[in-house]
Design a protein. Sequence first.
Length: 719
Amino acid sequence: MNAGGMGGSLVAFEVDESELTIRDELEGRTQRIAVDSPIAPESALAELFHAPVDAAVSFSAEAFTIASCGGVLLRDEAGEVVTQPTGETFTTSRGTYYLEVTVPIKGYIRLPDVEVTMGYTGDPFDSPFRVTLGGERTVTVGARSRHSRPEATITVPDDPAARMEAISYLGSSIKEFSPERSWPTLRGYPPRIERGAELDVPSSLSKPDTGVTVTVPETHADAYRVAPLAFYLGATVEPGEEPTLQLPNGYVEPLVTPNRSVEESVERIVAKCLLLDTLARQAGYTPITVRSYDDVGPHLSFYPEAIADDPLGEQLLEYLEAPDAPVFDALPHWPATAVLRPDPADVTLLPHLLDSMALVSVADDASARPPSMVRDGPLSPVGVGYSHDEVPAGGVALDAAAFERDLTGEVVVREEAVVALVTDDPDRAERLSVGLEAAPLADIPARIDVRQSPTAAKLRSVVADADLLLLDLPVSVGSRSGDRDAAGPVVDCADGRLDLSTLSSFRPRTVLVAGDRAPSTAVDELVAGDPADAAAGGVVALVADGLAEPDRALSVLGCLLCAWSVAGTARLHFDSAAYRLAGVPDATAVSRSNGMEAEVYIAEQVGPDDFTLRYVVSPMGASGVGSVAQNVEAFSHDEYQRLGSVTRMPATVSAEQVQELLADDEVVVILDGAIHANVVPPSAEFVGRSGETAPDPATRSPDHRPDPDSERPGDWIVE
């Protein structure tokens, strides 16, 4: 039975005599706690915990066992980490403690005024965790949803004022408006927006009570432009002649100045607030100092961690007055920017874009370049999405159906991925097969098959089974409208043509299409359609000239199997004029079993046995902007860095160390301009001569080929 109906739309608690089940309602995940005697839970205050929880219950117990949970942290009453139990059972001194459980649910257990004995019942991390309290105590259990999908749907009419009201609720997914909101896990997925006859906001949603207000003219375009600011600051959006940001302490920041447009001001404020939040939160729930603190701190008139608990208005005022240059120099590279139309239909895209902190521009046509693309530097995005019918080369055709489909499926772990490389060219099929038999691609446990000249029936079977599909076959298109009665995309097979829109099962999350075999709009068809229809399409698709070339195809595959995003992989391998994408701008084809995002090392030879080394972790994927990573290699800094930030290693490394990186099938290495992702078997001789050999054009990063006539934005990896 449900424990008295306790919990809510995000987290619920169920009790069966002596067993408490915590349920993440959005994610469908559960965690069990077995108590030594029957319990009668009662609702508890969320304020009892040092970190945000969505719901909590209390009950009396003398001992309990947490089902296998992958690890436990023990924190003291102030929230400071005491230890991470790993082996023998131990007993604490008397005090108030919190047990923190991270998987499968984010949970906290409060143990007040107790001398507690605890430890795993078997192998650490893989077995249940036993807790004995030495007498009956009140135990309080709180949990927070991972909130990786919308909690509810807001219905909104085609009226700009109603749109502003709906946008004011998007920040309801953020757990608290402190510097901790810079952690993606505390931002949550904004509520979905759908078009309808009248405004309808579900009762489960509440407008953030931050006292921050944004005013803009009553237009669709201006409402869209300020959506990232409203979301991150929990601001209410109101109609007004002059675009402004108004803080709760009365300060007013104009969003239009002689030097900045509304879009430029929003980009500047959002980026600055997020960066400074990551510095201020170092005294918060997860006390981590990021590497760039010393680069920014000396230029500030305040200590970021000292204002973490200040009223929001005072905190934001300090942020706004901080100098731009040192803050922007320390920014991580941004995953995506979206260029929307000033059209009522585009409101449905906003929640999906804001989940990844995408910046938003508005233009009548896709030829307009958003501020983040015009300006060189970190805000130059990896992927630029467009909602327009005509999408420029190098861009991503946005489709709400692809985002919705991304929410309903899981990203396959690469060890379990099924990859199909389909071609009608015998020579290319042979070269692909030979390349796949060589290390290190051969060592990757994913199933990778080459299919030559399949029949329509065989291709139908391949599409029903593959997670990642490469099509080196002629492809024609039907309509991008999502009308599944329209033919397309249609693939030429050995015995006829196969209309993919007629399939009862379309499994691939990611589809790659050889650009000389299909029009660029083929990718639009591959992600369009009803997201609830399994045959409708994928999450992300790429069409690229030169993708049929086996060496390049294998290099692209190697990057994708390292969990690098499809947009980031395309940017590494092709000039912007040579490719186009559709779907989710920051989507990855696979995930890594350790949960880490993709890693890239940039090595450049400066001596016979000396290489400079830089390192970046992708800001695209499940973790997102605001997350951190720590490189634990012997040659690295012993510090955390933000995802998307490039870190130069403190000293040069040897050819042998570079060789070890090349042998790692989970990282991408760019060695003297050439991309190596599980394709070239490393050897000491190869590494030592890398600086003497011109990179193969098929695997050479475009960012290492400076073109004075190119309109490519600044390189986000190589700097």
